[in-house]
Ligand binder design. Sequence first.
Ligand code: ZN
Length: 135
Amino acid sequence: MTIEKLGTIRSYHAHIYFDGPAQRRTAEIVRAEIGARFSVRLGRWHDRLVGPHTRPMYQVSFSAEEFPRLVPWLMLNRRDLAILIHPNTGRPRCDHLSHALWLGEILAVDAGPLSDRDDDPEPPIEINTTPEMEP
Ligand code: ZN
């Protein structure tokens, strides 16, 4: 077993899942709350299943600096939504299946689309929020 270095983490994703119209509305509220408080990239809505994800969701990309602010805030404010948080180390399979943490319900992850090594590594995060509130 090799020791993984923290420096391999280029960024993180939070995948915020929703099931049905009521949870989608909740996910909209959480998304707006995140955008008002954190420097992140809010990804587009995936109302249809995409990649390894087995429930509709949107993705939030964020830096290691934002992790100790955003993740505890999500712990307190996820409003019963299931959330997958994973690092991006360039190894999508490990990142989603063994390096990940879950808030709330633990969902199935489809390993099929996940590669062992990503030849097209995660680009630097282009932040698309303008936070104006303290978390
Ligand atoms: Zn992801």
